[in-house]
Design a protein around this ligand. Structure first.
Ligand SMILES: Nc1ncnc2c1ncn2[C@@H]1O[C@H](COP(=O)(O)OP(=O)(O)OP(=O)(O)O)[C@@H](O)[C@H]1O
Length: 592
């Protein structure tokens, strides 16, 4: 399903089930040791803090009446020490847990990034980048606290609850049941709103994802926005998306607020009931006034951890909405991957065969149908034809960026779907239409083609594609820093850098998609001479709209009507006076 629009909510492929939380345990388990230490520190810190009232009681009952001033100082110092030690332990726990939270984030994020690197083009075709980014950055951040502190606090609060209940029952069983009477009501309320609350947080995650996607798209397209003075229009869209987000956030918070509200009210009702039942049953043998007072204090203490647990539950439900998205991304199938017994593609000679190839990006809409051709090793092939005919698609398929709908593509008689992607793409040099430049130096950008290339090899590649001259003109030459997407460079300069990057890989099969479309005619002529040398012995596929650049190719294939409409050398096709002839003649007329 195509979801590539910023304001379309993403549906969940699979609804959340508790096993997803089990999967989160994989990350939590790795932090078992520091979490146990943090838990023990918390328990110790709480126990030490609890000893303060005991000291106080001793001071009030014994030390002060006996006027033992020296002992008073001693007890005061001890009390101070308990507070300092307890705070210190709590600080260490907090530091450990911050680290645990960060380690969990690190692990989830690394897994996400690794998976995203492997996902095929199709995945990226189908969704805005902003919706992917928000999962790796914001959603992972949002779940860290629940997966680290949340677990420990949950255990501590449960223990707290058990202890208080034990004390309560030890004092009076009947009144203890009165205190517990509010519990089923509370659980009922939680069950009642559980699904609505979960959906509300899912909506929040959707709206924040939409907002992020639009923000990302707006920043990428800021130049077009300003050219067309669409700032106000865009602000309107942004305001709409931000309003949607705010509305959903407020709705989700209303559900969250309902829980502590219920706890507070139930605790009050239970206390009132306690007094009522206690007073009715008041008797010197059974329930004394002291018992009622003690039980009312326990009632308060009993509901406090429940309040804390319900706040934890709120954070849990919130985190679930984000965890669903995170695991959905991790579960996204890598549809273009090595088959189980994939072989290494041996060093290729360069024969490329399309055997009845059919392909469409979306089901039911074929871009290519029953395509057949056979390219000999070392042949240079030009793919020409109208816009949108399928030229880029043909070369995308040779590199196996997409799976075929039907047929086979063979390289040296080996079906490319049966060999490892690394051995296939490692022997190809592919220059895509979008000459992407990474942030870093020009040298780094060319070296991307082969990470172990020496500086001399990089400069040699740049010289071959006539990039050396303009690079040397920069103050820092090859060490000139360029921005992401190369905004400091002209379009033609970007193309030459990415051309050098492709050549550096020393590929046996070279694919150039509009590699020289933004380069001036003079540079292109120079480049052509270097290229002719370079293309010798390599199979090459060259896509170009400017036909003068491909007329010397061994074979020209005219792509149209979901296949190859004409194929032959320039002279053969010109003599045929068909589609190629018309296109070439039209271009020549334009030049004249
Ligand atoms: N990622 C995609 N998802 C869906 N459809 C696509 C995708 N990429 C291309 N198409 C469609 O496939 C058809 C062929 O596109 P392709 O890019 O191969 O054409 P082309 O001949 O290289 O065009 P151009 O000369 O404009 O670069 C077009 O109709 C296009 O709309």
């Amino acid at each position: 399903m195509a979801r590539n629009k910023f304001d379309i909510d993403e549906n969940l492929e699979s609804p959340f089930d508790i096993r997803h939380f089990g999967r989160a345990m994989v990350y939590i388990k790795k932090q078992k040791k520091p979490m146990i230490i943090a838990f023990l520190l918390s328990a110790l810190s709480a126990a030490i803090a609890l000893s303060a009232p005991l000291i106080m009681q001793h001071v009030v009952d014994v030390t002060i009446p006996s006027k033992a001033v020296g002992a008073l100082f001693g007890w005061s110092a001890l009390m101070l020490a308990t507070i300092v030690v307890s705070v210190y332990l709590a600080t260490i726990r907090s530091r450990i847990m911050t680290r645990v939270g960060q380690d969990i984030i690190f692990d989830i994020r690394t897994d996400l990034f690794k998976h995203l690197q492997e996902l095929p083009f199709k995945y990226y075709d189908d969704r805005p980048q902003g919706k992917i980014l928000i999962r790796v950055v914001n959603y992972v951040n949002s779940v860290s606290d629940v997966l680290s502190n949340g677990i420990i606090n949950f255990i501590l609060e449960m223990l707290n609850l058990v202890f208080i209940a034990a004390f309560m029952f030890a004092v009076d069983v009947k009144l203890s049941f009165v205190i517990l009477a509010g519990l089923p009501v509370f659980l009922g309320i939680m069950l009642l709103i559980k699904n609505k609350q979960r959906r509300a947080w899912q909506a929040v995650s959707n709206k924040s994802s939409n907002l992020n996607a639009y923000l990302q798209e707006s920043i990428s397209g800021i130049r077009v926005t300003q050219i067309f003075s669409r700032e106000q229009h865009n602000e309107g869209i942004f305001t709409r998306l931000a309003t949607n987000f705010r509305t959903e956030w407020m709705r989700a918070l209303r559900y969250n607020a309902l829980i502590p509200f219920s706890v507070d009210n139930l605790a009050t009702i239970v206390s009132a009931l306690l007094y009522l039942v206690g007073l009715l049953a008041l008797s010197p043998q059974d329930i004394t006034f002291g018992v009622i007072l003690a039980m009312s204090s326990y009632a308060f203490r009993f509901w406090q951890p429940i309040l804390n647990l319900s706040n934890l539950y709120n954070s849990f439900i919130n985190a679930v909405a984000y965890l669903e998205r995170i695991f959905e991304t991790l579960d996204e199938p890598v549809t273009v991957s090595d088959v189980p017994d994939a072989k290494e593609l041996p060093p290729v000679q360069g024969r490329v065969t399309f055997d009845n190839v059919t392909f469409g990006y979306d089901p039911g809409i074929n871009v290519l149908e029953n395509l057949n051709f056979d390219i000999k090793p070392g042949e240079s092939i030009a793919l020409v034809g109208p816009t949108g005919a399928g030229k880029t698609t043909v070369v995308n398929l040779i590199s196996r960026f997409y799976n075929l709908t039907g047929g086979k593509i063979l390289i040296d008689d080996q079906d490319i779907s049966q060999v490892t992607l690394k051995s296939l793409r490692g022997q190809m040099g592919i220059m895509l239409q979008d000459s992407f430049i990474f942030s870093g130096t020009i040298l780094d950008n060319i070296r991307y083609g082969r990470l172990d290339a020496t500086e001399e090899e990089i400069i040699a590649a740049a010289k071959t594609v006539c990039a050396d001259e303009f690079i040397q003109e920069f103050e820092n030459g090859y060490l000139t820093e360029v921005n992401e997407r190369g905004s400091k460079l002209s379009q033609g300069q970007r193309q030459l850098i990415s051309f050098a990057r492709t050549l550096l890989a020393d590929p046996k099969i070279l694919i150039l998609d509009e590699a020289t479309s933004s380069i001036d005619a003079k540079t292109e002529r120079l480049l052509q001479q270097g290229l002719n040398e370079l293309l010798k012995g390599r199979t090459s596929f060259i896509i170009a709209h400017r036909l003068s650049t491909v007329r010397n190719c061994d074979r020209i294939m005219y792509v149209s009507d979901k296949g190859i409409a004409e194929s032959g050398s320039h002279d053969e096709l010109m003599a045929k006076r068909g589609l190629y002839y018309r296109l070439y003649s039209a271009q020549k007329m334009e030049v004249v």
